[in-house]
Design a protein around this ligand. Structure first.
Ligand code: 4AD
Length: 460
C-alpha cells in the first residue's frame, strides 16, 4: 500500500475534453469522452480489469478500469461500495452477448475519488443486508443507507411520479391547489388520535386532515385540493398506519353523492394512466410490481351488504370479538383486508352507519341511520380513500358537535360554511403511502415513505 500511495494519476491532456453527463442521458453517442460523477454501487475486481457499477441517482453505468496504473493506486485498493468519485473515459457499446445497464460501458482513462467509504467492518454492506426486509427495525435504523438501494430508491422515484400525476389530474379537472395549516385547534377524525402540543400557552394539535379548511375554500375557489401532511397518534402497529402521512384531499362544491363516487374513480384512473403512459414511471412500476394492471370498474358495495357478505363466507369472516358481524360493527382491518383480497378488485364500500363515522357526515335522506360516506378498498392494502358528503344544515351541525361532545366555539369558521350560503358538497382524503403500497406492491406503507413515522419511531 505504501507503493500504491506513490502512484499519482494524471489526466492525459491529449485526449478530447470530457463532456459531463448524468447517467440517464441516453443520447450521448458511442465514442464520446465523458465525465461522470457517482458512487460505487457494485464492485467486481477481476484479473484483467476492475468493474464498477456507478450510481448517480439518475441511472447506472458500467465502468471498466483496465488493470494497470488505474487499479494500482491507493484509492483503487480501498475502493468500496458507496465510495464517491468522478470517472473520465470513452463511452462504448457493450460487446455482443455481454450485458450492462443501457447496453453501454465506460472505458475509464482517469478518475478521482471524492469521498471514500469504509471497506472494513464499517462497510455499508455490513450495515444493510439484502436478506432483511426493509420494514424491519434494524433496517429502519439504517433507512438512510437502505435508500441507496435500487428498490427503495425506485419506490421513492415512483412516489414522485404518483404525486405529479395527482397534480396533473387535478389541473385537468380544474381544481385549485391550496395549502391549509398543519397547526390547528380543531379535530376532524376524533380526539383519540390527536397529537397535542403547546402553542404559545394554548392547546393546539397537528392536523388530522385538511378537510375542514378545504370546505371553507370552495366558496371562492371552486373545487379545491391539497397534498399535505396529516398526523395521527395511532396507538397500533399495523402495516398501513403511520403517525405522519401524506394526504391527498379534495373538496367538491354543488355535487351529489353519485358525483363524488364518479370523480374518485375517474381520478384514480387518470393517475394510473399517467403512470403507465410515462416511460420512466412505467419502468419503475414494472420493476416494483411486474404484474400491475390498470383496475377495471370499481365494485360498489353497500356497508349492510358487506356485513351479509362477511357472514356468508365459508367459514364466516368474524368481527374482532370473534362473533359474526352485525349492522353497526366496524369492519376492522383484518376482515376488510380479507374481503378485499377475496373480491380482488377495487371496491367502493359505502353507506356506513352514522355512529361509526365522523361528526360532519351527511345522513342518507332515505335512511337516517346511515351516512353518505364511502371508502375505497384496494386488494393487498384495504382502505386507501375515505370520503363523504358533508352535513350542510346549520342546526344539524350544531347538534352534531354536541353529540360528539366537542365545543362549537373553535369551529365557528367551519360552522359559517353553513351560515353564509350553504351548499351540497363533499370530498375525500387519499393516503398517498397506501396508494403507493397498492401500486408498487409494498408489504407496508413504511417503505412508501422516505423516513416513516409510526408509534415508537421518530428517527432517523
Ligand atoms: O378516512 P380518513 O380518516 O378520512 C379523513 O381524514 C377525511 N377527513 C378526509 C377528507 O374527507 N378530506 O383518512 C383518509 C385516508 C384513509 O383512507 C387512508 O388512506 C389515509 O387517509 N390514512 C392513513 N394513512 C396512513 N396512516 C394513517 N394512520 C392513516 N389514517 C388515514
Amino acid at each position: 500500500l505504501e507503493d500504491a500511495k506513490k502512484i499519482v494519476l494524471k489526466e492525459d491532456e491529449s485526449l478530447p475534453a470530457a463532456v459531463r453527463i448524468k447517467l440517464n442521458n441516453k443520447k450521448v453517442e458511442f465514442g464520446t469522452r465523458v465525465k461522470v460523477f457517482g458512487r460505487i454501487h457494485r464492485l467486481r475486481v477481476q484479473k484483467q480489469a476492475t468493474f464498477i457499477t456507478l450510481r448517480d441517482g439518475y441511472g447506472f453505468l458500467q465502468c471498466i478500469l483496465p488493470t494497470g496504473d488505474l487499479t494500482k493506486t491507493y484509492d483503487a485498493h480501498v475502493f468500496a461500495q458507496e465510495t464517491s468519485l468522478v470517472l473520465y473515459g470513452e463511452m462504448k457499446k457493450v460487446p455482443e452477448g455481454a450485458e450492462a445497464p443501457d447496453g453501454r460501458e465506460l472505458h475509464v482513462d482517469y478518475y478521482k475519488v471524492l469521498g471514500a467509504a469504509p471497506s472494513d467492518l464499517e462497510a455499508v454492506t455490513n450495515k444493510v443486508s439484502r436478506d432483511q426486509d426493509p420494514w424491519e427495525a434494524s433496517m429502519l435504523d439504517s433507512r438512510h443507507l437502505v435508500l441507496r438501494g435500487e428498490n427503495a430508491a425506485a419506490v421513492m422515484k415512483l412516489r414522485q411520479y404518483v404525486e405529479l400525476a395527482f397534480i396533473d389530474s387535478y389541473r385537468e379537472l380544474d381544481f385549485t391547489k391550496v395549502s391549509p395549516p398543519a397547526m390547528v385547534q380543531t379535530q376532524v377524525e376524533g380526539g383519540s388520535t390527536l397529537f397535542k402540543y403547546d402553542y404559545y400557552g394554548e392547546e393546539a394539535y397537528l392536523t388530522q386532515s385538511s378537510q375542514l379548511y378545504l370546505e371553507t375554500a370552495i366558496q371562492s375557489l371552486g373545487n379545491v385540493y391539497c397534498i399535505e401532511k396529516s398526523f395521527r397518534a395511532e396507538r397500533s402497529l399495523t402495516r398501513r398506519h403511520l403517525s405522519e402521512y401524506t394526504h391527498v384531499e379534495a373538496e367538491l362544491d354543488f355535487i351529489e353523492f353519485e358525483d363524488l363516487l364518479q370523480h374518485i374513480e375517474d381520478l384514480i384512473a387518470r393517475v394510473v394512466d399517467k403512470i403507465l403512459a410515462n416511460e420512466t414511471s412505467a419502468a419503475l412500476l414494472k420493476l416494483l410490481n411486474p404484474t400491475f394492471e390498470k383496475p377495471g370498474p370499481f365494485l360498489r358495495m353497500k356497508y349492510s351488504d358487506a356485513i351479509d357478505w362477511l357472514n356468508k363466507q365459508e367459514p364466516p369472516i368474524l368481527n374482532e370479538e370473534g362473533n359474526p358481524h352485525v349492522f353497526g360493527d366496524d369492519i376492522a382491518e383484518a376482515a376488510e383486508r380479507r374481503m378485499t383480497d377475496i373480491i380482488n378488485r377495487p371496491i367502493f364500500l359505502y353507506g356506513f352507519p352514522a355512529e361509526l363515522k365522523a361528526f360532519y357526515m351527511q345522513k342518507d335522506k332515505e335512511d337516517r341511520r346511515i351516512t353518505e360516506s364511502v371508502d375505497v378498498l384496494m386488494p393487498g392494502v384495504g382502505e386507501i380513500v375515505g370520503g363523504s358528503m358533508r352535513m350542510d344544515d346549520h342546526e344539524e351541525l350544531l347538534g352534531a358537535y354536541k353529540k360528539e361532545g366537542i365545543s362549537a366555539d373553535p369551529y365557528y369558521w367551519y360552522t359559517d360554511v353553513r351560515k353564509y350560503g350553504s351548499s351540497p358538497h363533499g370530498g375525500y382524503g387519499l393516503g398517498l403511502e397506501r396508494f403507493l403500497a397498492w401500486m408498487a406492491k409494498q408489504h407496508t406503507v413504511r417503505t412508501a415513505c422516505l423516513y416513516p413515522r409510526f408509534m415508537g419511531r421518530c428517527k432517523p
